[in-house]
Design a protein around this ligand. Sequence first.
Ligand code: C2O
Ligand code: CU
Ligand code: CU
Length: 523
Amino acid sequence: MSDLSRREALSLIFGTGAAFAFNACSGDEETDETSAPPPTTTTTTAEAGDSAVELESEIRDLTLNLWAEPSTAEITPGVRTDVYSFGAEVIDGDPASIAQSGSYLGPTLHMRPGQRVRITFENRLPEESIVHWHGLVLPQSQDGQPSDAVAPGATYEYDFVVNNPPGTYWYHPHPHGRTGEQVYRGLAGLLIIHGDEPELPSGANDIALVLQDRTLGSDGQLRYVNTMHDQMVGFVGGTLVTNGVTDLTVGVRREPYRVRLLNGANSRTQQLRWSNGQPLTVIATDGILLAEASEVSGLVMTPAQRTDLWVDFSTLEPGQQLELLSSNTFIESGSMMGNGMGNQAGSDLVLDPLVAATFVVVDSEATPGSFPDSLGTPPTFGPADAVNVDAPKQFTLSTRRASHWINNRQWQGREATDVETVSANTVELWEFINQSLMAHPMHLHGKSFLVTDRSWDDDSAAGSWATIESGIIDAGLRDTVLVWPGQRVQIAVPFGDHLGYFPYHCHILEHEDSGMMRNFQIT
Ligand code: C2O
Ligand code: CU
Ligand code: CU
């Protein structure tokens, strides 16, 4: 699985795999192979077509084995790096439901609304773990929570019905105190739900990119320095790694594409731009289609957020390259500078944009596609539906004793305070009030919420916010929201009917691991 060599990965791209973006689809692969400017040998290429699958038309139950294990992967050319990796096999159901990644990333899981899914997770790691399905609406026992972590050698049985709209989701481990390091070592994968959607580019024109960062030592091994300092600031790697490799190159035809982005980094909030200055056309946030596309030139994505883009490569010339550039907003914001915390341990401070991926346009006929007439439907609820419309619940985010807190509390396993207790099938207004000096991307398990207001309690970070504000998309539904220092961010959350405890936390994994996580309890 993740022992796939670079050569094999390359041959997958240029070879037979219909599931790969570069040469899939029509019958003219050979023409493309010879006339396309192929990625040079100094360029790393890996699969970028995770989402290009042909699923059976009939939706069958799906039974999978999924495991996490120590493995090795080729993150930079010619170097074997020790990683942790997810592997999976289909025991029963559509064989196309899993697509191996060719890197340390877990296989992409393809599911359908209404599908019953049984997964046996086997923990082959030398430490406890559990798998969380980020964004999926599931009962407590299926959520993959820290309290359900299983010991080395043990298994956890999942059995659920997919109850989300089609879109881009992901899965990652969630053992308390160890999530950051396990994700960093390689445990993460895409989970894509397919179903009725508007006319969007599909098949080979549906590409997924998992954006991460890593620090590799001169021995080629991953560095993850989990000092108190890292927990405080969050671990930022010095090198961008996309789809598990440095310097990812993706061949594209001169046609419209759907590009699904996941910020799978531990703590790096990225601001993304196209190298030619054209805006990014956003069609979905955190898995859910927007009612109307949003055009931004510097898209901001926090860890765990997903953004689906519509990109028309037909406007580019054959051979032209288009880079997806990423800046680390957190450092650019300078919000931690001058506080003695700006130097993120174990990583190079990089202020200039880095290249997250390079798209190379193959020599094909330009086939402009028309943008769909409609995308998603507007949300059916709003702040006025909240049971506490006049008295939003408040959740202060603060830093003390070199750690981060929510309402002066930290993770204590399954417990919830009064403000954390909600009634099933109600909408509530919550406000995250950031009294710390750091931005926190706050995530609620299994809930898609609306961002209904942003205001300042303390506007000393308003200057840095102004540099990224135009790239913040608050229009649609989200499951993770960026709360800038000094901000008060109000969200309207429909809590649904799954009773029990569900974590909410900062998705800077080092913050989460050090305790910036609580539960809400649905009663
Ligand atoms: Cu990706 Cu508890 O979350
Ligand atoms: Cu989650
Ligand atoms: Cu945080």
